[in-house]
Design a protein around this ligand. Structure first.
Ligand SMILES: Cc1cc2nc3c(=O)[nH]c(=O)nc-3n(C[C@H](O)[C@H](O)[C@H](O)COP(=O)(O)O)c2cc1C
Length: 225
């Protein structure tokens, strides 16, 4: 697009809730997809995908998820379970799993387990109670650290809750990673086959990539860490 194309200016407060959702999810894309499993206080299992998801800290490893509230003022099962038991497992969504992950986003009743309804195989986690997705190529086992209400929704509740969680254990499927000459773990993106979430009902693959070396700082000649 030429540099002199004028912008369309859109004050955020001029948009309806649904138009804002569409614009946010169309524009802030691609987003990684967290396939989140949780259990409630009685051990009942739940599984759903979330793309308001990001890695935000490496020491310790921390992730965030934003889970919206239902229009009638109820929490989604995932959020209710995280607040109740303070644990979650994020299973990585590869191409082979994206249809099943998408299917678990249906609004199942709280007593229905998406695992059985969609036919997703579970495997026990090592450090937390919620299970892993057995076929996932990577898994982050997490503990809740903070839950921050955002915005205001119907019925006086927040419109969303930001979940900040620490990764207490990583699991990588065999072949997804190797160690380089210095013993550092290297993930092979061709084996990981991550998918990203775009707006609407669209997803993207990660098979086409470009690599750019980190530039040296011009003044010092030193490489950026
Ligand atoms: C790819 C994808 C990404 C999603 N991302 C989010 C999200 O970031 N936040 C959210 O509240 N819902 C998101 N959803 C919708 C939830 O998955 C859906 O509301 C689900 O029914 C919640 O399940 P639960 O009530 O068992 O927690 C997403 C759905 C899909 C298909």
């Amino acid at each position: 697009m030429p540099a002199d194309v004028p912008f369309e200016e859109i004050p955020a407060d001029a948009l309806s809730v649904s138009a804002t959702y569409r614009l946010m999810t169309d524009l802030v894309a691609p987003r990684p997809v967290a396939w989140v499993s949780t259990v409630d206080g009685e051990g009942r299992r739940n599984l759903a995908p979330f793309s308001y998801y990001q890695a935000v800290c490496s020491h310790p490893p921390m992730i965030v998820l934003a889970i919206s509230w239902h229009a009638d003022g109820r929490m989604k099962d995932t959020l209710r379970n995280i607040l109740e038991t303070r644990e979650l497992v994020v299973s990585h969504v590869s191409e082979a799993l994206v249809e099943a992950a998408n299917a678990t986003s249906a609004a199942f009743a709280p007593e229905v387990s998406e695992w059985e309804a969609v036919g997703v195989e579970a495997a026990p986690a090592l450090r937390v109670a919620p299970p892993r997705v057995a076929g996932a190529r990577a898994v982050l086992e997490c503990a809740l650290r903070q839950a921050i209400p955002l915005g205001s929704g119907a019925h006086g509740g927040p419109s969303s809750t930001l979940v900040i969680a620490e990764v207490v254990h990583f699991a990588l499927a065999e072949g997804v990673a190797h160690r380089d000459a210095r013993g550092r773990l290297q993930i092979d993106p061709d084996r990981l086959q991550a998918v990203g979430r775009l707006g609407g009902i669209a997803y993207t693959r990660t098979e086409s990539r470009l690599e750019l070396p980190r530039p040296a700082a011009p003044q010092t000649g030193k490489e950026t860490p």
